[in-house]
Write a protein that binds this ligand. Structure first.
Ligand code: GDD
Length: 340
């Protein structure tokens, strides 16, 4: 019997890649998107050529009764809860909304799964942000120390997922995913902002790029590899939490430098802190400056994950390294900017 999956937040980066993966595996795939009074284009689902093969439903994680009817109708074998307010910086401005979607949303789904007999497997999108400034590398055993409304809400949902597994015997797993990127990444996240910004500067569409903290270290992997990990978690004999990461850390500055290398663009940094700039060495033009408004009220300095448990237990591997990731994002944004 082909399986049925329900993906909340299917129109996001991970939702789109996961939908494609599950369709390739023969699943019937349902997904929720946000309500909107304007017709929404689902550009990622269109870009991957999957939109005509999906069953899309407008539904919000804030509305329990609507979710309950939806889950009852779809009767999924697996639910992947990817819907979220996913911007860490934004969560400081909208903490209550963030908590409703990111903490209570998963709880509503867990309650629905439990009251419907608990047969449906459940994946919760947890995050390395939950570790805060705990020393790297972080693993499943690292104590959680959330430093934003986003991370605090995700921490509640993480614990709830594991509690529902132990208390009620649900197959509910929590994937602690470190940053994962792709050409489908939202333009507010730093990797895509850099790739797209540099492509636009190269084509004369933009003067310069404004960035925040260049010293933050992140563990950046390739999103399609990570959705494969989500699926493997739900096929595993027993539920638990798994870290998905590359094990390699790079600063935001490293990312910018790798992006420039991909474009054969030589830059030089000068100044410090808020006054740091990057100059195009050929023209002497300043192409990057710092906007202190982009600093966060609390920063997470260094996230680098240890994926050995997932590698061992799930046979999870990565197909793309850091240099390849940066290069494929740059190629995509150069192509897209040229085509416009
Ligand atoms: N967004 C953004 N914009 N971040 C910047 C900028 C900028 O202009 N300049 C520097 N940064 C720094 C941030 O301060 C942060 O330390 C780092 O770049 C990465 O920021 P984001 O790309 O916004 O991602 P994130 O690490 O906060 O969160 C992402 O990864 C998490 C997993 O660890 C999101 O996808 C989360 O939803 C996810 O849980």
């Amino acid at each position: 019997m082909p399986k049925t999956a329900l993906i909340t937040g299917i129109a996001g980066q991970d939702g789109a890649y996961l939908a494609r993966l599950l369709l390739e595996k023969g699943y019937t795939v349902h997904g929720t998107t946000r309500r909107s009074s304007m017709p929404q284009g689902h550009t990622r689902l269109e870009a991957l050529g999957v939109i005509d093969h999906l069953h899309l439903h407008e539904s919000e994680l804030t509305e329990a009764s609507n979710l309950q009817r939806l889950v009852g109708r779809v009767a999924p074998d697996e639910i992947y809860n990817l819907a979220a307010q996913s911007h860490v910086a934004t969560s400081f401005d909208v903490p209550i909304y963030t908590t409703d979607i990111n903490a209570l949303g998963p709880l509503r789904l867990l309650e629905i799964v439990r009251t419907m007999g608990g047969k449906c497997r459940f994946y919760q999108a947890s995050t390395s942000e939950m570790f805060g400034n705990a020393p790297a590398p972080q693993s499943e055993e690292t104590p959680l120390n959330p430093r934003s409304p986003y991370a605090a809400a995700k921490t509640l949902a993480h614990h709830a997922t594991l509690n529902y597994a132990s208390a009620f015997g649900l197959h509910a797993s929590s994937g602690i995913l470190f940053n994962h990127e792709s050409p489908l990444r939202g333009i507010g996240f730093v990797t895509r902002k850099v790739a797209r910004g540099l492509a636009h500067i190269a084509l004369g569409r933009q003067d310069k790029l404004l960035l925040g903290n260049l010293d933050a270290v992140r563990d950046w992997g390739y999103a399609p590899d990570y959705v494969e990990g989500m699926w493997r978690m739900l096929q595993h004999d027993s539920p638990r939490s798994f870290v998905l990461a590359t094990g390699e850390g790079h600063t935001v500055r490293d990312f910018v430098e790798a992006a420039c290398r991909s474009m054969d663009w030589s830059i030089a940094w000068s100044g410090e802190g808020e006054h740091e700039i990057a100059i195009d060495t050929k023209t002497g033009r300043t192409i990057i400056t710092i906007d202190p408004q982009l600093y966060r009220p609390l920063e997470v300095n260094k996230l680098v994950g240890d994926p050995s448990l997932a590698e061992r237990e799930l046979g999870w591997t990565r197909s793309v390294d850091f240099a390849q990731l940066v290069d494929l994002m740059i190629r995509h944004d150069l192509h897209e900017a040229t085509a416009r």
